[in-house]
Design a protein around this ligand. Structure first.
Ligand SMILES: *Cc1c(COP(=O)(O)O)cnc(C)c1O
Length: 389
């Protein structure tokens, strides 16, 4: 069998303006980056608090490497569970106000592992239409009856819950929606789930660090405890600025995951030094409120500027501020025009988002300056007017 048909599919993807290419970053993550030999002002990383290259994190990583080396060496259940991993789990349990926390090597694996440890063919899973790919994949893999409800719509969820006879029912939602930036209506979703005797799982990859008084994300903002959100997922590669993920919940939940979550059991632990760096990051994330304040003022500045320019924004109070474009080729053209002006923002296209809803996913960081946001607005004005948006 030849690969010719794969080649044809790749050609078609190019013709549809959906082809993906990697760009090579030659600096640390920062508002100012060097990509493929050229300097840019970037508005597309998920390093919302600007911690990915913070000296405290870098030093914690170096110091821990001196003691613990580089590799985790084994899975957590063999001999890869080290002191920094354990300390980080305890600190995150404190931070989230949950009994216990379990670390995973990535958010993708946390979601696959948690859902599959909890559900099988006798069960049902209810997902927001705009949930992250890892949650959708987790549900499909579990064999549970899979249903999607209308975006952020508790009534649509209630109708589906009312019809199920399943053994266990799990409602799953992003806390902050990754491609739109809006926040799930968690109080209403939790009420709806409780009325139907369903559990709630929230993946707050983009909320931790950005929302809540101490960066505790959506559940802190809404004051929701473990009786409301039984399964709470956070990722460490975004606001925390490091790598990995965690699940927070009751003693029983975490013991269940240790016994049954295959993506926990059958994989090498994250490097211990990364856990040590994350401990340093957690301190800054909780204490340095100025980072959230700064983000909020940049968000307000950006939204006011876009309104003046007549650009269509989404209903987002978070650092994710997408500009809706529509067709994929147009989003690519604007992204290229911005690059000409030294601004780096990736175009987000199907299948990551629905057909006809390609967008520029602008993200802001606490390390951006007001002047840099002004530069972005000026560049957006010229790129969008010259291309007729
Ligand atoms: C990024 C993301 C993930 C995946 O996390 P990784 O640690 O990058 O694998 C999961 N869920 C959501 C909502 C995300 O945005």
């Amino acid at each position: 069998m030849s690969f010719a048909e794969l080649g044809d599919a790749l050609q078609q993807r190019k013709a549809d303006a959906l082809y993906r290419v990697r760009r090579t970053l030659e600096t640390a993550q920062s508002p100012e980056v060097r990509v493929d030999g050229k300097d840019y002002l970037a508005f597309c990383s998920n390093d919302y608090l600007g911690l990915a290259n913070h000296p405290d994190l870098v030093n914690a990583l170096k110091t821990a490497a001196d003691t613990y080396g580089v590799g985790g060496g084994a899975s957590h259940l063999v001999n890869g569970h080290s002191r920094p991993h354990h300390q980080l789990e305890e600190a995150l349990a404190d931070f989230t106000g949950r009994q216990r926390v379990l670390l995973f090597s990535t958010g993708y694996m946390a979601n696959i592992g948690a859902v599959n440890a909890l559900l099988d063919k006798q069960d049902a899973i209810f997902q927001d239409r705009l949930n992250h790919a890892s949650l959708l994949d987790a549900g499909l893999l579990s064999g549970a009856r899979f249903q999607r409800y209308l975006h952020n719509d508790p009534d649509s969820l209630a109708k589906r819950l009312a019809k199920t006879q399943a053994r266990r029912k799990l409602v799953v939602t992003d806390g902050v929606f990754s491609m739109d930036g809006d926040v799930a209506d968690l109080p209403a979703i939790c009420d709806t789930a409780r009325a139907a005797d369903a559990w709630v799982m929230v993946d707050d990859a983009h909320g931790f660090g950005c929302l809540g008084q101490t960066g505790g994300g959506c559940v802190e903002q809404f004051g929701l405890g473990v009786e409301d959100v039984q399964v709470l997922v956070g990722t460490l590669g975004k606001g925390f600025g490091t790598a990995g993920a965690f699940v927070a919940g009751s003693e029983t939940l975490i013991e269940t995951l240790i016994q049954y979550a295959r993506t926990y059991i059958y994989t090498t632990s994250m490097p211990p030094a990364v856990a040590a760096a994350t401990l340093a990051s957690l301190k800054l994330l909780q204490r340095e409120n100025w980072r959230r304040d700064k983000l909020n003022s940049l968000i307000a500045q950006f939204r006011a500027g876009c309104e003046q320019l007549g650009l269509e924004l989404m209903d987002s109070p978070t650092p994710i501020q997408p500009i809706m474009v529509g067709e994929a080729d147009k989003a690519m053209a604007i992204s290229a025009a911005l690059e000409q002006q030294g601004i780096f923002i990736g175009a987000i296209r199907p299948p990551t988002v629905a057909a006809g809803s390609a967008r520029l996913r602008v993200t802001l960081s606490a390390r951006h300056t007001e002047q840099q946001v002004d530069r972005l607005l000026t560049a957006l004005d010229s790129a969008t007017s010259s291309l007729g948006i």
